[in-house]
Design a protein around this ligand. Structure first.
Ligand SMILES: *[C@@H]1O[C@H](CO)[C@@H](O)[C@H](O)[C@H]1NC(C)=O
Ligand SMILES: *[C@@H]1O[C@H](CO)[C@@H](O)[C@H](O)[C@H]1NC(C)=O
Ligand SMILES: *[C@@H]1O[C@H](CO)[C@@H](O)[C@H](O)[C@H]1NC(C)=O
Ligand SMILES: [Zn+2]
Length: 416
């Protein structure tokens, strides 16, 4: 008895000591403490979740490499009732998390969102029946961790790393206005790479976009609280027909979920610097995704600049849970409001795949068939030209023989 009384306080102290060590560890070697998954654990959990809900999820792993640098990206597709409904007639939503290594909280949000979509986690304040209707009408592709290699560097102790596994900023490696450097350009932070799409991660993301042809794109970051639309590379929003829709969707989200505290507008116009070669500008300008957003879900501006873990990620459980739950609900609202806002616009939309959402099924179908036979058509055209040419030659030879024989027979010269 007496012994245990003596031991308990020291156990208590060593517990304190341990916990203070782990809090220190958050700054340097192990930023995860109890709140965060390691990248491996997170992706494993995502895989298991998909395995438990094959009726609505599929998982693909895309790989690419260049010059000895390899990357892979896991993509989860959420498509409920996929046997009953053609995916092409649903709204397609592409979400990417974890493009920057140090923004750990974003991948945690992805995992949480997937758990909610699986039905394993409920959401408070949610009308389940109407949400079910919303979710029946969307196909959502989720990239929970776009930058796995950069993320590993963070886990190995470089808490400030935002670039990929060979030091290229994946949000500066896209082709819109690529490579332009501002006066405050910092190669440690923003290295765009040697050329647009030099990075396997950017190539994979571009491929996913081409194949999926989304109506809505969101890349999720942290560092501040913001709801951005294009453009990042200049001060101003686009004039396109969906510009108003994007503005009103963002204003709604900000009001409904964030008490208007997020910065809203063009990234370049509000964030205080221009960013060149960003994914969202590419999605909007080149991939013609009608609604393209960058969400910044958390930032702590009072954390010292050396403490990247705290600048970009909640460090206590209450803040962590609040951020995850607020943004998860905001995404569910987005899935509901953006398609209905967009419906009116989409008559004017010609996507990279050339289909339109209204009556999209038949047009998309036809378009795909067209794509498929386009190459064949090219060849046919070439053969047809050769055929015409040789026919003309034959005719010419034939006619000239007739005329010569006529000449010989009639002796007439009026044909010359
Ligand atoms: C992307 O990075 C690659 C590899 O460094 C580089 O060659 C390419 O120029 C970069 N492209 C952009 C748009 O940053
Ligand atoms: C992208 O798609 C093309 C054509 O489908 C394929 O050849 C290429 O390997 C893909 N690249 C990546 C990085 O997935
Ligand atoms: C923000 O950072 C400061 C300084 O590290 C810290 O005292 C504060 O608790 C942090 N805020 C949150 C919400 O984590
Ligand atoms: Zn970021």
């Amino acid at each position: 008895m007496g012994n245990s009384f003596l031991i308990s306080p020291s156990l208590f102290c060593s517990f304190l000591l341990l916990s203070s060590v782990s809090v220190d560890g958050v700054n340097s070697s192990s930023p995860f403490a109890d709140l965060y998954h390691s990248s491996r654990a997170l992706l494993e959990e995502v895989g298991q979740l998909v395995g438990r809900h094959r009726d609505r999820f599929t998982l693909e792993t895309m790989r690419a490499q260049n010059k000895g640098y390899a990357a892979e990206i896991a993509v989860i597709t959420y498509n409920r009732l996929n046997k009953l409904m053609n995916g092409d007639s649903k709204f397609r939503i592409l979400l990417s998390f974890g493009q920057h290594g140090r923004e750990l909280i974003t991948s945690e949000l992805a995992l949480h969102l997937l758990s909610v979509l699986s039905g394993e986690l409920g959401m408070p304040d949610l009308n389940t029946v109407s949400m079910d209707n919303v979710l029946d009408n969307v196909v959502i592709k989720i990239v929970p961790m776009e930058n796995q290699n950069g993320r590993k560097r963070v886990e190995d102790g470089d808490a400030c790393e935002r670039r990929n596994g060979r030091g290229v900023d994946l949000n500066r490696n896209w082709s819109v206005d690529w490579g332009k450097k501002e006066k405050d350009y910092d190669p440690y932070e923003e290295n765009p790479g040697i050329a647009p799409f030099s990075e396997p991660e950017a190539q994979i993301m571009r491929n996913i976009t081409k194949l999926f042809d989304p109506h809505i794109w969101v890349t999720v970051h942290s560092g501040m609280e913001a709801l951005f639309m294009p453009y990042d590379h200049r001060n101003g929003t686009p004039d396109g027909y969906t510009s108003k829709t994007m503005k009103s969707v963002l204003a709604d989200l900000n009001h409904k979920h964030f008490r208007d505290r997020c910065v809203v507008g063009s990234g370049g116009g509000t964030v205080g610097y221009f960013a060149h070669g960003t994914t969202t500008d590419y999605m909007y300008d080149v991939a013609k995704v009608p609604v393209a957003f960058t969400f910044e879900i958390y930032g702590n501006s009072s954390a010292p600049a050396t403490d990247c873990f705290r600048m970009f990620n909640p460090a206590d459980s209450a803040t962590f849970k609040k951020v995850i739950s607020e943004w998860c609900t905001a995404f569910l609202t987005l899935f509901e409001t953006a398609p209905s806002h967009l419906k009116a616009d989409l008559g004017k939309w010609v996507s990279i795949r050339g289909n339109v959402v209204d009556g999209g099924e038949s047009r998309a179908g036809r378009r795909k068939v067209l794509d498929g036979i386009e190459l064949g058509m090219q060849e046919l055209k070439t053969y047809f030209r050769l055929f015409i040419l040789s026919s003309v030659l034959l005719m010419f030879m034939f006619c000239s023989r007739i005329s010569r024989s006529k000449l010989i027979h009639t002796g007439s010269s009026n044909l010359s």
